[in-house]
Ligand binder design. Sequence first.
Ligand code: SF4
Length: 767
Amino acid sequence: MTAGAAVATHCPYCALQCGQELTPGASPDGAGPPVTVAPRQFPTNNGGLCQKGWTSAAVLRAPDRLTTPQVRGADGRLAPASWDAALDLVAGRLAALAAEHGPGAVAVFGGGGLTNEKAYTLGKFARAVLRTPYIDYNGRFCMSSAAAATNRAFGLDRGLPFPVADLAGADAVLLLGSNVAETMPPFVQHLAGARAAGGLVVVDPRRSATARLAGPGEGVHLQPVPGTDLVVLLALVHVLVAERLVDRAYLDARTSGFDDVARSAAAWWPERAETVCGVPAEELRRVARLLAAASPWRGGRGAYVLTGRGVEQSAQGTATVTAAIDLALALGLPGRAGSGYGCLTGQGNGQGGREHGQKCDQLPGYRRIDDPVARAHVAGVWGVDPGTLPGPGVPAVELLTLLGAPGGPRALLVHGSNVVVSAPDADRVRERLAALDLLVVCDVVPSETALLADVVLPTTQWAEEEGTMTNLEGRVLRRRRAVDPPGEARSELWVLAELARRLGSDVAFPTDPAAVFDELARASAGGVADYSGLSHTRLDAHEAAGGAGLYWPCPATPADLSGRARVVPSAGPDNSGPRELSGPAEGIAGAHPDNSRGEHPGTPRVFLDRFATPDGRARAVAVEHAGPSDDVRPDAPTYLVTGRVLQHYQSGAQTHRVAELERLVPEPYVELHPLLGLRVGVPDGGRARLASARGVVEATARWTDAIRPDTVFMPFHWSGEGSVNRLTTDAVDPVSAMPEFKVCAVSVTPAAAAGPVEHDEPLEVLA
Ligand code: SF4
């Protein structure tokens, strides 16, 4: 490939969606990646990239990149096949299984990294072609507790209901369970204002890279017992109420239910909370006062409460996020410019991926699948009878449990997910996949899940495709193609259209991403996540005029519908600057066409006028602390917490194939306090064996005083003997069905003291 014009796009990895510029052109020896990556000025990254972003091009030409379909033969090995042969086989098996067992015999598992267009098409394929209720996605593992809590409190789930750059103007930011300094390093710049004001508060059982940003004069690090973040939050609310630091005028005008919250928090005075969460009572009081001083009603410049996976991936994740929202409401923050509550979405399209219909209970536009009006609208866009659409399915963990079980799905189509590494209780997931009659995996590399499949279909990725992503701010961005895909890799849009045709469906499946987006926009019209005023053309024109994506809700206006809009490119208001708070002060979804073409400008800040609840008020909800589902006990006396490292992403399917990253962190490890290491006889650099009620893993021990002596930490980016999800529990939050990845009970012993770990079966190398 010869050098070409630079292409403006975004990083393939996390939800910060840092701006990148890709310059096509092979390296002089022709062996390197087909594009050069450079950072690009964008409001979320301001020209920065982390190591993953800088090295992202290496995955395009990974040595084992999937370039042809693979079908498992009679000899049990995967072997190359033509697209026709692979798709005919898949369609034939799906049709036969559905004919024998009914439409529920086929299940679909999606991913939060898929573009909006792919996620939409996957949901449409499941409901309108397969007619199966069984579809869910790996975002269930990431976002569902925050989504459940924010939907209940605000009537709408948009991770950050404000531009990320707004954070810079606040005096305080409370960060619960999020290690942004490793997961999304360019985000850290947005915390500078709070650090300068001494107001960065980090709640984490580890003194993580992010917690170290809250040093003396910069903020406070609270280091609670794992699984007790909810108690910390209840105690903070208690102090605010007891010391009359709640914004009573705001609560009266904009919320309901806070009296119940105050009553329940009354039981959590700081000294009592300290006995459960381990955070000194005076620290709890200090943080409550710090947050109150930063709040606008007390004369501060603003404050934010932000949650991440550390508190959300819990059997009480929805309750914990609810308590974080209650705290923010007590301080008068949500729906106020320069303050608020937000959830830090993880996966690249973790936001868009949960809006367009790959959740088990959802139709596009963040509509409920059990809503007759929503069913009629979406069925109309798809050209099908609403009565043929299935009802709600089951969430991811339950879906994986049903695979191959009596009455459960017999076939699974996996798109953009590596469930045997990323799902909890990984050994059991592997067993369920083995019980299927047919496993089909669409992916770019032979992930651990792909290597178990009967059919593997090679797909396009990131720099090889057009589409849109919706980042952690609800900002809809354009992903752009810079290079051709290798070999015979094809877009899932084409794969699903071909399968639909082979299955005899007369439902139209466009394969042009712009056309898919236009259909998605129509399907979303009038929904909570309304994209109907957006199109690839408008997003491109907006960017060409200096804009940086448009935020949903962005409903179509009469001008859009008459076709007058989209003619003259204009950036329109973006309001991404830290104190640029004078942009559209629209409420949740009101059409405020305020540019010369009558287009809706998008909604950078939701809730400024009202919340998206029927009465416009935010709901404060009293919650109770129950503790971890798998708590410490004599035979498992140590907490295990899991998380990420800077160099790897999710299951590692991509980043393990980047030599620079793999060199830096080549294997899993266990962090433990020296006191624990001495007590259990695991030296620094020795091998530790961790056992839970579900499995056993081994990894190299790293001593550090940055972790509590009652806790060990393992990153989750590996399979095999160091796959920490062999230990984690599949207990789920009762509201969100999110698994409790973040805490379980383990025993820690020297590896040599016990027998060998039972290894996964050796992974077969693709022919
Ligand atoms: Fe930015 Fe996230 Fe990509 Fe790193 S991984 S460059 S933080 S988008």
